[in-house]
Write a protein that binds this ligand. Sequence first.
Ligand code: CA
Ligand code: CA
Ligand code: CA
Length: 442
Amino acid sequence: MRNFIKVSIRQFRMAQRFWLVSLILLCLCTGACNQLASRTNASDSELPVKIKPMLINQPGSEHFGNAIYRRGINGPRIAASGNRILEWSVQISAPTIEVVPPTPENYQNGACAMDINNDNIDEMIVSRTAKQPGTDLLWFEEIRGQTQWKEHFIGNLRQRDGEEGFHDIMPFEMKVPGKTVRGVVIVVNRKSLYWYEIPEDYYQPWNQHLIADMSTYGAEFAQSGLVAGDIAGKGRQDIVCGNFWAECPADPTTDLWQLHRYSEWDRKIIRSVSGVPDWVNEERFGGMNQLDLGDMDGDGMVDIIATDAEIPDGRVGIFCRNMVNSSDLWKETIIDTGIYCPHSLVVTDINNDSRPDIIVGEMTAGGWWFPRNQDPKLYLYLNKGNLKFRRYVLHKGWGIHMMRMALQDPDNTILLFGADEIQSWYKDMATHVVGWIISPKE
Ligand SMILES: [Ca+2]
Ligand SMILES: [Ca+2]
Ligand SMILES: [Ca+2]
């Protein structure tokens, strides 16, 4: 009996030690991960905002690179380009209107909306594989009383190296002494940045300006993602692309831009994925980002928010500028990891507490043969201050690519929208165009 008690006490002490060691390990692990957002799979009633999902349309197996929101002649519209351009009104089960018929040449990833001729109707700017070598930049004009849009030529660019085509396109506007210059910025071959200036006669080809060839500044690997904002604090439209930012000169029609590196994500070797071709595992994906801007730590300086757009083990990170030595890399804070191809990123103050929040969307299938995502999610990272975030799952089941945000009249609710990207090798997938209307809780 005494021996039995001794054994029992020994077992009890061993169990005690085991739990003590486990507890210490758990604390250490929690400490190491304390920058990651705290997580919750909240039910609708627990979400900090109201969200109304909208399945706008399911166009079938067509590939769409990018959906844009535009003020059309008959109201707000969402348009997307594949080998033709389709358009929908912003509603559940919207009918499809073919505004540009199919061409043998495909439209590429980048597209944006912009009011080129100042009539409060937005035109669509998009790139397309050219009949001649290179890629064409085009704009399409909606004509009153006609279903089909009119095509106009902006310019043609031939790629020297890197991935073909234009990955991102966005509007650009800046005041210079005596005038306002307007146009679009484009990312070419995921290596170069150009901007095209709208001439007085916007029906003529636009004026081409090189911003920077990033490969001459150490961009050995692909760079993508594009956002504009006043990074340098000089009241100008600086440009962020991949792991670099370009400082806008006083007159971007004549002066040179300065390029700066802020991140080294592009130099990191990504964990290899089984079941994909060797060339996919050899590719460097870290410079292919989605990007947005916001003062995330509340110090009055603009910070850069980035996601790993193209890989199944994607990061969400915040980069804050080093003010002691402004030429150094920016201070990096990773707030989440393990997100599947987060090719969608929007930064906005979703709950009206004056702190910008982060919304990230996953894809259903990455464009590089990665295993598919059975349960794509839309995440909210609610800003709790001091670079701490709480993660919520806003919605499940709809993968998206290049999500964008628009403000809806008359109550200024947020509309998030996007199309899933379907590559030609995914034969059994159907594209969907979706939206979410988000408003603060009363
Ligand atoms: Ca217009
Ligand atoms: Ca800041
Ligand atoms: Ca907020």
